[in-house]
Design a protein around this ligand. Sequence first.
Ligand code: MN
Length: 270
Amino acid sequence: MIPATSRWVDFHCHLDLYRDHQRLLRQCDEASIVTLGVTTTPKAFERNAEMAVGYPYVLVGLGLHPQLVAERAGELSLFEKLLHRTQYVGEVGLDAGPRFYASFQEQRRIFARILRACDEQGSKVLSIHSVRSVSKVLRELEANLPSRTCVPVLHWFTGTRSEMARAIEMGCCFSVNMEMIRSEKMRPILRALPSDRLLTETDGPFVTIDERAIRPTDVPATVSLLAEIRAVDSSLLAQQILENLRGLLLSNARPEPRRQFSLFKAQDGT
Ligand code: MN
C-alpha cells in the first residue's frame, strides 16, 4: 500500500548506492515520491529494510543483479529465505551484454529459480533487467512465472517493437527512465506503450542528469518530457502513473493480456 498523498513514482532506484541516502529518503518523503529502492544482492536487503523504516514512500526490493551473478550466485538461498519479507523483487533479470555473457547460463538458472520462488508465494511485483535479452527474459517469465498475481515490470526497456508487443500481451508493465527518453531510437516505443502499463524510474545513481547522479526528485522532469513525447498533458500523465502503481499493488494482479494490441496505434493515430 502506498500513501494516499503520493504524487510521483520512481520504481527503480538504487537508494543504497548514494552517499547521502538519508537525505534522499527525506526528499522522497517531502516531495511524496513513491520510490522502490532496489538492491543488487540479497545481503543488502536487511540494511535497506532498516533504512526505510519510518519512510512510508520508500519500498524495498529484494534483488540479485544479473551482472553480479558470477560472484553472488551463492546468495540464492538467502534470497529464497528473505522472499516472504517483501512484495517487491528487484533488481533481477538477465544481461547478455559482452561483459556478462560468460555468466549467462548461470544467470538463466538463477533467474528461473527466482521466478519460481515468486510464483510459488504469489503477489510479487518484479523490477526486471533485460539488457540484450528481452526475448529470453519473456521466455523465462512464460515458463516460470505463470501466476497472474505476480506483475513483471520491465525496467529500462531497450528491446524491439515486436518484443514490446509480446511483453504487453503477457501483461508486463514498463518503467521509463531519462536514458530511454534521450534515445532517439526509443521514441516510437515510448509513444506506443499503452498508458495503463507505464511507470517511471530513475535507475539512479547509474543515470546522470546535468553531470550529476539522477535522484528521485528528478522524476517530475522525466514525466514532463515523456508527456511531451506522447503529446499528453503532463499532470494527467503523472496521475495515470500513480493510478497504474496503485492498481498493481491493490489488486496484486497482472494486467489482462492483450491479444489484439496494435503496434502502431499511438503513432499513426488510428
Ligand atoms: Mn538498476
